[in-house]
Design a protein around this ligand. Structure first.
Ligand code: FMN
Length: 184
C-alpha cells in the first residue's frame, strides 16, 4: 500500500464535543476535539487551552460536562468554538440541565451527556488536561433502539482537520466482526 508522509500533527478524525462548565455562576460551553477515554474505568479527559473561559469554570467548580452534539446543531457547536465566553456570554445558547452529582451544566439539546468530577489536572504546554471521573451519564431517550444507544440516531459529527462530516452507517458489532479471522 503506497503511503504519503505528512506533517507531525493531529489531523483526526475526532468526534466533536462540547465541554460545559459553570463560570462565575453561569453556564459556558466550548467546542473540542480533544477529549476521550483513558481506560475502561469511568474516566474521561478533556484538554483545554489555559486561557479559555471554560477552563476557568472547571477550576472554579471542579466539574465539567462532555456533551455529544448531533450534526443537526453543527452551527451552534461551531459557534461555541469561534466565540469565547471571555468576550461574549454563551450562557443562553443551549438549555442547560443539572445533576446533583456535580455542578456543571449539561446540554439538553445534545444526545449524550457525561458529567465529570476533576480528579487530576495535568498542565500540557499552554493547555490543561483535566481527567474526570464520570459521576452521571444521560442519553436522549429517542436515541435508544432496543434499550441500547444507537450511534446512527446519536448522529455525532466527525471532525477532520478543518471540516465536519456525518458518520455514515453501522458496519458491525464490537468483538464480533474480527472473529472469522481467528483461524488465519
Ligand atoms: C471544532 C473545534 C474544536 C476545538 N477543539 C478544541 C480543543 O480540543 N481544545 C481547546 O482548548 N480548544 C478547542 N477549540 C477552540 C475553542 O472551542 C474556542 O477557542 C472557544 O471559543 C473557547 O471558548 P471559551 O473561551 O468560552 O471556553 C476548538 C474549536 C473548534 C471549532
Amino acid at each position: 500500500m503506497e503511503k504519503v508522509k505528512i506533517a507531525n500533527r493531529p489531523f483526526g478524525p475526532f468526534i466533536t464535543a462540547l465541554i460545559g462548565a459553570k463560570v462565575n455562576g453561569k453556564p459556558n460551553y466550548t467546542a473540542v476535539g480533544a477529549y476521550g477515554v483513558v481506560s475502561m474505568k469511568p474516566i474521561l479527559y478533556t484538554s483545554l487551552k489555559t486561557t479559555h473561559y471554560t477552563t476557568l469554570g472547571i477550576k472554579q467548580n471542579g466539574y465539567f460536562s462532555i456533551n455529544i452534539p448531533s450534526s443537526d446543531i453543527i452551527d451552534k457547536t461551531d459557534y461555541c468554538g469561534i466565540v469565547s465566553g471571555n468576550v461574549k456570554s454563551k450562557s443562553n445558547i443551549f438549555t442547560p440541565f443539572y445533576d446533583k452529582a456535580g455542578d456543571a451544566p449539561m446540554i439538553s439539546e445534545c444526545n449524550i451527556n457525561y458529567l465529570c468530577k476533576v480528579i487530576r489536572t495535568i498542565p500540557m504546554f499552554d493547555f490543561e488536561m483535566f481527567l474526570g471521573e464520570i459521576t452521571a451519564v444521560y442519553v436522549n431517550k429517542r436515541c435508544l433502539t432496543d434499550n441500547k444507544i444507537d450511534l446512527v440516531k446519536i448522529n455525532p459529527t466527525v471532525l477532520m482537520d478543518n471540516f465536519y462530516c456525518d458518520i455514515g452507517k453501522k458496519v458491525g458489532e464490537v468483538f464480533n466482526e474480527g472473529n472469522d479471522l481467528k483461524t488465519i
